[in-house]
Every structure is written in C-alpha cells, then in structure tokens.
Design a protein around this ligand. Structure first.
Ligand code: BYC
Length: 348
C-alpha cells in the first residue's frame, strides 16, 4: 500500500519538454522592481523553498496554481457523489460507518483545497460558479457509474491509489499552502486505499458471485484509472512549465508507470486479473509494459460527454442551492457572535 513514506525521486523531464528543466521563471519582467521580485522568486524556487501567499509571484504561476488547485478541489467534492450513492446500501453497519467517514473526508479535502486556492486571491464563490457552469474541469474518473458494491472497494483501491500516487509528490509542491494541504490529504487517502483493498479481499474470500462482481468492477475501472493521470507527456501542454515551477514534480507518464508497477502485485495478492492482454514485465526496462489507453474516450469525458457528467453537475448544483439557507444561517450566526463580542469589549 502507499503511505507518506512511499517517496519517489523527481522525474526526468517529460517527453514533450523542449529544454532541460530547472526551476526558473519564464515571465519577462518589465520594471526594475519586477525584475528584483522575479529574481527573489527564482532564487527561492531554485533553493527548493516554499512560495507563500504574501510573496510576489508571476501572474502565470498564480493562474496555474488556481487552475490546478481548484480543479483538484472540485474533484474532491464531485468525488463524493459516486460513493455517496452507496451509503444507504452498504452491506453492514461497519461498511456503512467506514464509507460515511471516507466520503466526509473527501468533503474535508475539498475544503482544505478551496482554502489553499483562496490564498491566491480567487474567491470560493467564483470557483464554485465555474464548476457549476461547466467551465471548470474536475477529474474524469468521477463521470463513471458505481454499478455494484464492489465498485466502492475498487474506487478505494484503484482510484484512491492513483490519487495518492499523484498527490505524494504534490506534498513537495513549491506553493506552501497547497503542499501543506496535501500532507494531510495523503494521510487520509492512504486510509481510503487500505479500506478499499480490505473490502475487496473480503469479497474475494466470499462466493463465486462476489468474486465475479469484483472482477467486473476491476474490468470497468482499470483503464479509467490509468487515464486519470492525464494525457501522455508529449500531449500535456501544462507539464513542462508546471515542472519548471516545482508545482508538478513527476510527469503524467512516469506517475502512470509507477502506478502500474505498484498495482500489479496487489492484483495478484487479491486474485483478480487486470484487463490488459499486453500487461507484462519488461526485464530490460524493469517496468511493466501495458496496452494503449483510449484517449478519445478520455477527452470526450473531460469535455462533458462521459456517461455521468450531466448527472454529476446537476447533483452538485442542486446540493449547492439546497445548502444556501445553511450558509446564510452560519453567516448570520457569525455576525451575531461578532457583534456580541464587540459589545462585550466596549463594555470592558
Ligand atoms: N480529468 O497538461 P495536462 C481524487 C486536463 S481527486 C480531467 O497534463 P496538468 C479523489 C488538465 O486539467 C483527483 N481533466 O495538465 C477524490 C488540462 O486542462 P486545462 C484529482 C484532466 O494540470 C475523491 C488538460 O487536461 N487530482 O483522486 O499539468 C475520492 C491537459 O493536461 C485530467 C488532482 O486534481 C483528468 N484526469 O496535469 C477519491 C491532482 N488530466 O486545465 C479520489 C492535482 C488532465 O489546461 N492535479 N486533465 O484546461 C494534477 O496533478 C494535474 O492537474 C493533472 C493534470 C495531473 C491532473
């Protein structure tokens, strides 16, 4: 299983990179003041120090972070939906309690991440408006249906497993608030992955029907999880700059390969077959080779045409509208408390 101690060295440059990667800025400064600020920014990045909200940063760096962190936050809260569908149908009280805790954790991850993005000067209302209008992206993986109870276990094992693989390097992201949020997120994701795997182990020790249900879920989720890491490096427009800035530490393809290498032995222990006839150990590369991912299907899903995109967005918008009175009540209460406190201070 993956934990915080599952550390991975920084990658070599992605295949599409045109120049060697060093942590330098690319925005040409206009004024002398900006030039000095850019130099301080570059020096910090090169020394592997964190950029904090009060520090000067190039506008493109800020924009990239808002894009990535808000997409990540959206993924967490949309990610509550496929599993949330199974809370009322969990097969035992123990499984229900675990699932409620997990789904609640995902909501918490969304909160840390929206808070981290807000430190860059974009409001949460704006980010949510972009999600609800369909302008902002969220992870492709949450646009597929959860058809059986085994899907919940497979999401824990494979989806959370892929998420951890992607997120451990983000604990060393150059932007302080994002990196710190990711440390806690990764600890919780590690629990999510273990509970998923343990739930599948239980099913695999059960009846032939339960075993077939797990295999069917693995068949449906495997390729979607590989695509989750994003397009191939040669087709990833944001990777080179993201890595120069120390936001991304490992390329999409390298992370995908690490995920495959780590998951094959876990599948063997579980007793399931990964649905790829081309999956085999390559002695020369010291990695598993695997088959071609259907990128047309990935892009159709990213662009709003996956099996559940419309349903997911509609559910999110409805939940947001129905929660309006809670936000208003919480705000009214906070204002009342603030008024009371200031009256107390005046009287003292
Ligand atoms: N789905 O140049 P690229 C979780 C977009 S939460 C949709 O490689 P980048 C969990 C990409 O945004 C999982 N879109 O981009 C939660 C870009 O479009 P824009 C979420 C994708 O940013 C609850 C375009 O494709 N994790 O696991 O360098 C329960 C070109 O891509 C996807 C994060 O968000 C995708 N799969 O790299 C259980 C982690 N992949 O923005 C589990 C943080 C790519 O230019 N994010 N695109 O219009 C990242 O690490 C990076 O943003 C990515 C993409 C690796 C995802």
């Amino acid at each position: 299983m993956y934990t915080q101690s599952f550390n991975v060295p920084d990658t070599t440059e992605p295949t599409g990179a045109k120049a060697p990667l060093s942590l330098v800025g690319v925005v040409s400064p206009l004024s002398e003041q900006d030039a000095a600020a850019q130099t301080r920014f570059d020096t910090k990045l090169n020394a592997d120090q964190k950029i904090e909200p009060q520090d000067w940063m190039p506008e493109a760096y800020r924009k990239t972070l808002v894009r990535q962190i808000s997409q990540h936050a959206h993924s967490e809260i949309v990610g509550m939906l496929p599993e949330g569908n199974w809370i009322s149908r969990a097969p035992s009280l123990k499984r229900k309690a675990i699932l409620i805790a997990k789904v609640q954790d995902e909501g918490g991850h969304g909160l840390y991440l929206y808070s981290a993005a807000e430190t860059l000067g974009t409001s949460r209302d704006q980010m949510l408006a972009d999600l609800h209008s369909g302008k902002a992206k969220y992870s492709s993986i949450f646009n597929y249906p959860t058809l059986t109870w085994a899907d919940v276990g497979v999401i824990g094992w494979l989806v959370d497993g892929a998420a951890i693989m992607n997120q451990i390097p983000l604990c060393r992201c150059s932007y302080g608030p994002y990196a710190r949020a990711m440390i806690r997120v990764c600890k919780e994701e590690s629990f999510h992955q273990r509970q998923g795997y343990e739930s599948l182990l239980t099913l695999m020790r059960g009846t032939a029907e339960q075993q077939a249900m797990v295999q069917d879920a693995v068949n449906r989720w495997w390729w979607k999880c590989l695509a989750m890491f994003g397009p191939p490096d040669s087709d990833s427009p944001n990777s080179v700059q993201g890595m120069r800035w120390g936001i991304k530490r490992i390329s999409n393809d390298d992370l995908r390969q690490k995920f495959v290498d780590a998951t094959v032995p876990q599948a063997e222990v579980l007793g399931v077959r990964l649905p790829d006839p081309e999956l085999k150990w390559n002695e020369a590369r010291q990695h598993y080779d695997f088959g071609a991912i259907d990128w047309d299907e990935f892009w159709a899903t990213v662009n709003g045409n996956g099996p559940c995109n419309k349903e997911r967005l509609a559910t999110r918008v409805k939940a947001h509208q129905e929660g309006q009175w809670v936000r208003e009540a919480a705000l009214a209460y906070a204002n009342k408390q603030a008024q009371k406190n200031s009256l107390k201070q005046e009287a003292a």
